[in-house]
Design a protein around this ligand. Structure first.
Ligand SMILES: NC(=O)c1ccc[n+]([C@@H]2O[C@H](COP(=O)([O-])OP(=O)(O)OC[C@H]3O[C@@H](n4cnc5c(N)ncnc54)[C@H](OP(=O)(O)O)[C@@H]3O)[C@@H](O)[C@H]2O)c1
Length: 242
C-alpha cells in the first residue's frame, strides 16, 4: 500500500480517529489543522513512530479564509505528489435559529463547512485526478429543524455537492458522504449529555467512533459506490416513532 490521504481537522476527535485508523491500514497521512498545532504535531510524531515505513505530514490552514484554502492542495501535491483520498471532516457547529442568525454566523458555517470543501474538491479533482473524496455531513440534513439553521444548511449543501461531484468526477474519482448522528459529545459536554440525546434515537445508545470508521472502510472497499450517503447515526434519520 502506497496511498496517501489528506484529512481536514485531523488533529482531534473524529479526524484523529480517521487518521489513526487509515494509518493502521498502511495509508500515509497528511494531517490538516487550524488552531490545534500541538495536537497535530503530537499525532504526526505518534504515527511516524508507529509506522516508520509510511509518510506523514501536516498542513495548516484556516478554512474560513479562501486564499488559505486554495493553497492547501497545491502545497500538499508539491510535497507528496498527487494523493489518493481527500476527507472533508473539519467543521464548525454553532447554534442559531433563522431569526437569530447574523451574517457573521451564517458566513462562518457556510465558509468552513461548504465553501472550503467545494474548493478542496475542485482542487483535488484538478491536481490529483484519481481517487476518493469523503465528505462528513450530519444526520440533521434529514430534518428541517432550524435551531442550527446555518450549520444544517451548510451540511445539506455539502450532501448536494457530494452528488454533483460524484457525477462530474466519475469514473476517476468516487465521491461519497458519511452522516454521523449522536457520536461524540461536544468538547464542553460529557458522555451523560450524549446518552440523554441517544434516548430519542432508534438504537438508544451513542454510536461512538466505530460506525464512522466502519462506514469509511465500506466506502473505500466498494469501488462501485459513488454519490452515496451512509448514515452512521443509530437510525436517527428515520425520525421519531411517537
Ligand atoms: N461529533 C459528532 O457527534 C458529530 C455528529 C454529526 C456530524 N459530525 C460531523 O463529523 C465531523 C467530525 O466531527 P467532530 O465532532 O470531530 O468535529 P469538531 O471536533 O467539531 O471539528 C473538527 C475540526 O474542525 C477544525 N476546524 C474548525 N474550524 C476550522 C477552520 N476555520 N479552519 C480549519 N479547520 C477548522 C478544527 O481544527 P483545529 O482544532 O485544528 O482548529 C477541529 O479540530 C464534522 O464534519 C461534523 O460536522 C459529528
Amino acid at each position: 500500500m502506497n496511498k496517501i490521504a489528506l484529512i481536514t481537522g485531523a488533529s482531534k476527535r473524529v479526524g484523529k480517529a480517521l487518521a489513526e485508523h487509515l494509518a493502521a491500514q498502511g495509508w500515509s497521512i497528511i494531517i490538516h489543522f487550524n488552531s490545534s498545532e500541538k495536537p497535530a504535531e503530537e499525532l504526526e510524531n505518534e504515527l511516524r513512530k508507529k509506522y516508520p515505513q509510511q509518510k506523514f505530514g501536516r498542513a495548516k490552514a484556516n478554512l474560513a479564509n479562501e486564499s488559505e484554502v486554495e493553497r492547501v492542495i497545491p502545497l500538499v501535491v508539491s510535497e507528496f505528489g498527487p494523493f489518493d483520498l481527500l476527507v472533508n471532516n473539519a467543521s464548525v457547529f454553532n447554534p442559531g435559529y433563522l431569526k437569530g442568525t447574523d451574517k457573521k454566523l451564517f458566513d462562518s458555517q457556510i465558509n468552513v463547512n461548504l465553501k472550503a470543501p467545494f474548493l478542496l474538491m475542485r482542487d483535488f479533482a484538478n491536481h490529483c485526478k484519481n481517487g476518493n473524496i469523503i465528505n462528513f455531513v450530519d444526520t440533521r440534513i434529514t430534518s428541517n429543524k432550524s435551531n442550527f439553521a446555518a450549520y444544517s444548511l451548510s451540511k445539506k449543501g455539502l450532501w448536494e455537492l457530494t452528488k454533483m461531484a460524484a457525477l462530474e468526477f466519475a469514473p476517476e474519482i468516487r465521491v461519497n458522504a458519511i452522516a454521523p448522528g449522536v457520536s461524540l459529545p461536544p468538547e464542553d459536554k460529557n458522555e451523560n449529555y450524549l446518552w440523554n440525546l441517544a434516548e430519542n434515537i432508534p438504537m438508544k445508545k451513542p454510536g461512538g467512533l466505530e460506525p464512522i470508521l466502519n462506514s469509511l472502510d465500506f466506502i473505500l472497499e466498494n469501488d462501485h459506490l459513488t454519490g452515496q450517503l451512509l448514515f452512521a447515526d443509530g437510525g436517527e434519520n428515520l425520525g421519531q416513532n411517537a
